[in-house]
Write a protein that binds this ligand. Structure first.
Ligand code: 5AD
Ligand code: SF4
Length: 353
């Protein structure tokens, strides 16, 4: 068995004690291939998670309520030019009913996600949020993409607690190429708007995008650190056959776990989901992620038949929300992993509620 190289051990110790690393140090950690070093990295991340956040895992119900999107991101199945997708929109009443069922199962956070779909008026969204907050006593997380500053403010005023806006990649050239018509700087500006509006803010990135280097991934983690995000959604890229990136290889689960682990070391209190995408590439993906720093799982509670058509990447719809993905199933699974379901609404650090 090889030992952890001394220079890597030094970097790991620094990360675990100061939660600060340079770009080169992050690249060194992400580049380690030997088993011994990888285990040491995962152990350090797991210990940091336990020390700062304990053993609770927060379960969030995600409802993907519209698959319409005005954008054309090269990696995503919801992109505007994908004519092979059967698109759907749920009515606010249907969304509320799905949320009510999730609350009855035990979920205390409802995540509302969609493509960028201007069909929904701000007033309709605000009305839905007010209803969720007043009738269900849940935290509401929005993941609706780029909007105006005023819209973010109005939805926050209606009661939304959190907003997920992954920066996707911190490489400005790659961002512009993969997300035609948009710019990294505009995306990052929105993270500031959201924080100023009083949201708990989520960033995050894809791992294994074509043209992405370890240096670029290190820059992703430094963005999360610089913006002091409360949540970070990090998952592997999975090629979708109905997109221009159909022929690109998927991101590696092993690298994704390393990225999660380093994120935990850099942001010890961040809420870090074990993403669905990692379980699509590896059957135990989410369980592994929970041992590398992750502390959140977001089961898909989008009702049938809609959930089968939210095809961002292949394999996603297959998981579903019943049986081996229900709240009750996760309670048992977490106990098996020596963890337990988080109590309360599971707000981020700082929010203190
Ligand atoms: N593989 C993995 N994740 C993807 N997303 C979009 N396309 C893919 C893909 N091919 C993620 C993006 C976005 C969210 C809606 O889904 O990161 O934030
Ligand atoms: Fe739309 Fe988001 Fe997919 Fe881009 S990644 S096409 S903005 S849903």
């Amino acid at each position: 068995m090889s030992a952890v190289r001394p220079e890597i051990a030094t970097v790991l110790n620094k990360a675990a004690s100061t939660h600060t690393l340079s770009k080169d140090e992050i690249v060194a950690l992400l580049g380690t291939e030997d088993e011994e070093t990888r285990s040491a990295l995962f152990r350090a991340a797991d210990e940091t998670r336990a020390r700062y956040l304990g053993d609770a895992v927060h379960l969030r119900a995600i409802i993907e309520f519209s698959s319409h999107c005005v954008r054309n991101c090269l990696y995503c199945g919801l992109r505007r030019d994908n004519r092979r997708l059967d698109r759907f929109r749920m009515r606010p009443g249907e969304i509320f009913e799905a949320a009510r069922r999730a609350r009855a199962e035990g979920y205390r956070t409802i995540v509302l996600q969609s493509g960028e779909d201007p069909h929904y008026e701000v007033d309709a969204l605000a009305g839905l949020i007010r209803r969720l907050k007043s009738e269900l006593d849940v935290a509401v997380t929005l993941s609706l993409g780029d909007m105006t500053r005023e819209t973010y403010r109005l939805l926050r005023a209606a009661g939304a607690d959190r907003y997920l806006l992954k920066h996707e990649t911190a490489d400005p050239a790659l961002f512009a190429r993969l997300r035609p018509g948009t710019m990294l700087s505009e995306r990052l500006k929105r993270l500031v708007w959201l924080r100023e509006a009083g949201y708990q803010v989520g960033g995050g990135n894809l791992v294994g995008l074509p043209g992405q280097s370890l240096g670029s991934l290190a820059a992703d983690l430094l963005v999360l650190k610089r913006y002091q995000v409360h949540m970070a959604g990090i998952g592997p890229f999975i090629p979708n056959p109905d997109t221009p990136l159909a022929g690109s290889p998927p991101g590696s689960p092993a690298l994704t776990l390393k990225v999660l682990a380093v994120t935990r070391l850099l942001l010890p209190r961040v809420h870090l989901p074990a993403t669905t995408a990692v379980s699509v590439l590896h059957p135990e993906g989410r369980q592994l992620a929970l041992r590398c720093g992750a502390n959140v799982v977001m089961p898909d509670l989008t009702p049938d038949p809609y959930c089968r058509h939210y095809d961002i990447y292949p394999g996603k719809a297959r998981l579903g929300s019943e049986g081996p993905n229900s709240f009750a199933w996760w309670e048992k699974e977490l106990a098996r992993l020596g963890r337990q379901v988080g109590k309360g609404r599971g707000h981020g650090w700082e929010a203190g509620r």
